[in-house]
Design a protein around this ligand. Sequence first.
Ligand SMILES: Cc1cc2nc3c(=O)[nH]c(=O)nc-3n(C[C@H](O)[C@H](O)[C@H](O)COP(=O)(O)O)c2cc1C
Length: 167
Amino acid sequence: MKKIGIFYGSTTGATLSVAEEIAKQLGVSPADVHDVASAAPSSVGDYDVLVIGASTWGAGDLQEDMATFLDGVSSLDLEGKEVAIFGCGDDSMSDTFCNSVGEIYHRLHGTKAMFIAPFNNDGYDYSHSESDVHGMIVGLCIDNVNHPDETPARIKAWVEEIKKEIA
Ligand SMILES: Cc1cc2nc3c(=O)[nH]c(=O)nc-3n(C[C@H](O)[C@H](O)[C@H](O)COP(=O)(O)O)c2cc1C
């Protein structure tokens, strides 16, 4: 069975709660759920599947702990690993909604990891997001500010996609 590690960067706890729910649904133990504020970049080497998520801050910036963590991860060789990306944002920030998802994708692009589990952003109302890479939303986007009621179904659908792809 593939070993799954979840890595999250969260400033006010929203991404943390999404990470915990993903862990529950994927059957990942709390010991394998890492706050990147205190995780070594090399710890990604312990896993076959990396589920990586962070929120968006400032004017579309990647959450700061994740930015620092990925400074260390982006130079690693992750060939053979599968990466699923998620993030939290606010679609009223219409030009930068969940940019973090795209930012994580771009920063890991040179690692040779394989990206899995794209997402469908139907139901959100925004004009631009870096999570959209050539027409594909490259990871789960969650908005607990404006659409909290839709979060459980979005997480569930995305986790099912991960399960299918890593089977
Ligand atoms: C000052 C500020 C700037 C923000 N900038 C963005 C943004 O550019 N794009 C976006 O989608 N969300 C933005 N957000 C919303 C946060 O990403 C959202 O509240 C998220 O749930 C926070 O997650 P966290 O608690 O895990 O850090 C911003 C929020 C604040 C307070």
